[in-house]
Every structure is written in structure tokens, then in C-alpha cells.
Design a protein around this ligand. Sequence first.
Ligand code: ZN
Length: 440
Amino acid sequence: MRVGAISGVLLAVSLATASFAQGPAAKWYPPGTPAADQPSPSRPAAASTPVVLNARIGEHQDRTRFVVEISDPLTMRVFTLTNPNRVVIDMPEVLWRLSGPQKPTGTGAVKSYRYGLFRPGDSRFVIDLNMPVTAAQPMLLPPDGGYGYRIVLDLFPTTQAKFDDAAGWPADLRAREAAAETMASLPPPNPAATPIPSATPSARKIIVLDPGHGGIDSGTTGVDGSMEKDLVLDEGKRLAKLLQRRGYTVHMTRDTDIYIPLRERVNISRGYDADLFISLHADSNPDPGVSGASIYTLSEHGSDSEAAALAKRENQSDIIAGVDLTGQDDSVSHILIDLAQRDTINRSARFAEAAVGTLSLATDILPRTPHRSAGFAVLKAPDVPAVLIELGYLSNIRDCDQMGTDHWRDAVASAIASAVDRHFAPQPAREIGAGPQAAE
Ligand code: ZN
């Protein structure tokens, strides 16, 4: 992936500054324009929060036209990313009121798109492309003919080489991301973090719960339309409460519907010096008959091809959210050496086995080898034992139905909490130092 080149796809649109005397052309701010001269890229969500009402795709012979209807004029910025090819539209925090967004036919440049909160104050569209394109300057059209304000973005076919040249996060975004990452390695304030004094050893154990996905990345969608990101957030909150009651110190990587980069989730668990990291997910499968929970630990190649494919899907989160992965090292091998040296693999596997045991009493377990391993990016903290739990299959009617009930959610939270208890229970003396990698 090419880095740094911003070129003409870095744009900002503002009705206040656009000149309608020359038609509805948007104002373009060339790279390097001082921030003070540009419209504010974000503002706090308030009563005046703009509402996105509709999004349409027009597939024409020479271009694909993406039209977003909004209640109020707003500033926006468009840039492109490679690997895979995407167009990202950033705007201040908006309310999403799209009624049944139009699906692309697949014949034009737009393969699919999604939208949502990227971080507090920033909303985002991410458009997946079927072909490399040049994104023209977006235009802002005033209300007319029953439509509200419209942002019109034309995408013209181009070559991959030209697309690559233009692609990359704008420099200021990249700088802000780097700053955010530094912050993430420090323990953030978290209302769920109040430790409960207790005489039990669990009081000293720190658990980081990681509800997967969030914000613009909704994860997989259930047969009933429910979203993975909502299910795992609710399950995470239930589990947090239970663990706190049992005396553990609990932190969550997110406790609202917001996107958190995968690496930031790892940084959060390291920042808290966690004793255990539990990532919560739900799976889907083209075969609607596949059902049951499963638990994953980190490995380089995956215990089997299905586990490897799952890790690939779960690792898409940053791509889905429109993150530029330039410079990120995806290889697991050097981390595995670190993991082995610190006995983290053994500890992760031990918790996974405990969780298979307790979960099998509370829900259906994937019949074949429920504890598997693969290269999950979110499990890469070398010093924190970490597992990823797939609670069940949202593509399976029975799983999906039961995952929607309070009864199931409480039972599963209780099962995971019991596994945590079992994991941290004092070990029989004969086991201490017994493993070949037990020395730390
Ligand atoms: Zn997931």
C-alpha cells in the first residue's frame, strides 16, 4: 500500500463557504491548508446534530454517483484507501435515519457501503469498491424538489496505479490517530472500573472485557436483523457486573456503540496490566445449520481452515471502519515467541479449556473441537492471557433466538464468570512449575 500521498481527493465541503453563484460546486481545501482556514471537521453532538436521511447510488456509464441526503449542511472530507480499495467520507457526528439504504447492484464501482460512528464527534461512510476510482470533488446541493441538502460524490473509473498514488489517510488524521494510540496505552478513565474491596484473591485480578466491533463496524447480522455489536456489548456489560460482584477489577474496551481499532483494544488490555482479556463475538456461517459457541486462542496459522477464515473475518474490523493499515505488522510469529517465553499461551489455553467446560453447561457448544486457535489481531498482547469467545451463530435460527433472550445472556455471563473463577482459583501444588514453559 502506498503511503502519504493525499492529492486531490482530500476535500472539505461547506455550504457556508461554497459559492452557489457558480453552481453548487464545493469548496476544495488543498492539502496543507491551515486548519483554521477550513471548516471545523467536527462539532459536538447537540440539538443541531445533522441527520442523514438517505443514501442513493446512481450507476452511469462513465461514473458511479453516490448521493447522501442530509438535514443540514455540514463539512465533510473524502479520501481513499487501498488494500482493499475503499472511499471514506468523514463528517461530524450525525444521526443516521436512513430507511432501508439502497444496496448496490454490483455492476458499478460501489460494491457495498456502511456508515456509523467512527469516534465521538466523527461519523463516517466507508464505500467498498469493485474497481479503482477517482473521487471527484463532492458537491453540496441545496434543498430542492422535495429533497433536503444533498452531497453528491462522483466516482470515475481509473487505474489501480493512479488509485494507489492518491490513496492514504490525510496527514492530520494520521497524526491524530498516532496520538490516540499513545493515549490508549494509558489506562483511560472507566466508570466500570471501580474495584470492590474483598478478601478474596480475585480482588487483585484485573479482567479486560472486549465487546467486538461497534460503531461503524456492526459485525455480523442475525437472521432476525440483530447485530453482533449490540449483542456482545450487552453480554459484556452483564459479564462485567457479575465479575465485579465477585471481586474482580473489570475494564471494558468499549461500553458504548463505538468503533475501537483492534490494536487499541490490545493496548487497553496492556495499559491496565490485565490478568485476562476476553473478547466477545458472535459468528455467522453460510450453512444455517451450523450452531454453538466456540473459544479461540492465538496461533500463527490456525488450528484448522475454518478457524483461520474466522480470524480473517474478525481481523477485518479496521478495514471495515476505514482505517489505513499501512505500516502495521500482521505477522503473528514473532509475537508467538514472546507469548511462549512468558507462558501466556499456556495461561490462555488453560482459561479456554475452563470456559469450554462451564459454557457447555449454559449453552450449545460447537460439536467439533470447541477450543481452537488462529491469528486474531485482538489477542496479540504478549503479556496478557487472551481468548476470543464466539458466543454462537447469528446465522442459525435457534442460536439467534436464544441469544436474544435475557435468560440465555445471563446464563452465559454466569458461565464465563465461573470459568474466570476456576482459572484464578489456587492451583494444586503439584502443578506449579510442572509445565515445560512454566518458568517465567
Ligand atoms: Zn465478531
